[in-house]
Design a protein around this ligand. Structure first.
Ligand code: ASP
Length: 442
């Protein structure tokens, strides 16, 4: 019987490769499993909280040069950081020629994208020399079109063909090339995207994203002390949570692997034995029994409450209300409604300064009995695939917040039963999250 070989793509973030000691940890992780075949490095990040990321230093060099100011001191600091990694790892490589090319390019007015991308490029060269995997320049396998948009098809075709012939490779994150061959970067943090693209191209069994935390937490640690990590989360749950403000992976970095159904595992380079968080297309195969996967929220919402007797019998009422928002080019968040009431929940920033205009327009459109705007609303999303099979979840959420007399100003449960959103006064926001967390996680 022939077993197909397990393939993993591993991406290391900036703090994971910030200095030689971190490189050693990454190499140990890579070498501890033969399946870790393709490696995507970021540029060196912060070594301590007040430190500066190499990418930011490069961007500063670009800015100084654009103002015709001297950037050589800063550029020397960048060289020193790379050289100390090379020296401490006792590597037999010399990047002087590379530094020279980059420095001259900056002097001659190279683009910001080119300059910013060099952090990953140089780090890739060092990592390749250290672990002995061949270096593949991302400009040869990641492509953007004339409009500067990522060209997924061409990238996948060229990259999968190229990697078919490579047992192992180091491919720097964050950049690729435009049709004219010049360098183009993704948005900041874009090495996550490169990792996902490589995972899709080789049809990896798993995309490991190594960072400095042991996965996602169930809620914001600034609000709840030491929240539990999330073991398994589906792509859909992740989308709900990130939409509601949870600082998780960039949407774009999920897209390529989600498309291919490849799970992502968020891992901690500094605690490699922690299992981290698995992000999966469907969670059936994972033995988890949590009702709530995560809790996230955002402040700064307003509710426009519209009341009219017999509203439910008036055909087209809702459509006429929503047309007002479309005509004013405003997008709303939720539409909780009752028999004779309809509420439009919208980010306050969308309507600020236009409150009177919007009330007048709605009044003209549907002639309500009463209409008002309330502000200072915080929305809290309680997300969990476990809610689908568990009766009483909403009851427990309300019981938790009611225990401290917190008033729920709005409720919305998506028909998928994947989340319940409640609106509370902004002053109660943090405490409500804490109470809900404690209800489900104690
Ligand atoms: N180095 C780039 C940044 O700082 C990309 C990355 O780290 O993912 O944004």
């Amino acid at each position: 019987m022939v077993f197909s070989e397990v393939k993993k793509v591993v991406k290391f973030g900036g703090t994971s490769l910030a200095n030689a000691a971190q490189f050693v940890k990454c190499a140990e992780i890579i070498k501890s499993e033969k399946s870790r075949k393709y490696v995507v490095p970021s540029a060196p990040g912060k070594r301590f909280p007040e430190d500066t990321k190499i990418t930011d230093m490069l961007i500063k060099c670009y800015e100084l040069s654009a103002k015709k100011e001297d950037f050589s001191g800063l550029f020397n600091d960048i060289k020193d950081r790379y050289n100390s990694i090379i020296r401490e790892l006792s590597l037999n490589i010399n990047l002087d020629d590379e530094y020279k090319i980059i420095e001259e390019a900056i002097q001659k007015g190279a683009t910001l994208d080119y300059v910013a991308s060099r952090g990953e490029y140089l780090n890739g060269l060092i990592l390749s020399a250290y672990i002995g995997f061949p270096f593949i320049d991302a400009k040869d396998v990641v492509f953007f079109n004339e409009k500067g948009q990522f060209d997924a098809q061409k990238t996948n075709d060229v990259m999968s063909e190229r990697l078919k012939h490579c047992e192992n490779a180091v491919i720097p994150g964050f950049y690729g090339s435009l049709p004219d061959g010049s360098i183009k970067t993704f948005s900041r943090g874009g090495s996550d995207i490169t990792g996902a693209i490589v995972a899709r191209a080789v049809m990896a069994d798993i995309y490991e994203n190594w960072t400095d935390v042991s996965g996602f937490l169930m809620c914001d640690p600034r609000i709840v002390k030491n929240p539990r990590p999330i073991k398994v989360i589906t792509y859909r749950e992740l989308r709900e949570l990130s939409y509601m403000g949870a600082g998780v992976l960039h949407e774009d970095s999920i897209f390529p692997v989600k498309l291919a159904g490849i799970p992502i595992n968020i891992r901690n380079t500094n605690k490699p034995s922690d299992p981290g968080t698995m992000i999966v297309p469907a969670a059936e195969d994972y033995d988890t029994h949590d009702i709530v996967t995560g809790i996230a929220g955002k402040k700064g919402f307003a509710v426009i409450r519209i009341e009219k007797d017999m509203m439910n019998q008036e055909k087209g009422f809702g459509a006429r209300v929503l047309k007002v928002f479309a005509d004013m080019d405003m997008s709303f968040e939720h539409l909780p409604s009752g028999i004779d009431t309809m509420c439009v929940v919208i980010a306050h920033s969308e309507i600020k300064g236009k409150e009177k205009e919007i009330l007048d327009n709605i009044t003209k459109a549907v002639n309500p009995d009463n209409i008002e705007i309330e502000t200072n609303l915080g929305l809290i999303a309680v997300v969990g695939r476990g809610m689908i099979r568990t009766p009483g979840t909403a009851y427990r959420i309300f019981k938790a917040v009611a225990s401290e007399n917190i008033n729920v100003r709005m409720i919305d449960q998506g028909s998928s039963e994947l989340n319940i959103i409640i609106g509370v006064d902004e002053k109660d926001f943090d405490r409500a999250i804490e109470l809900i967390y404690l209800e489900f996680c104690n």
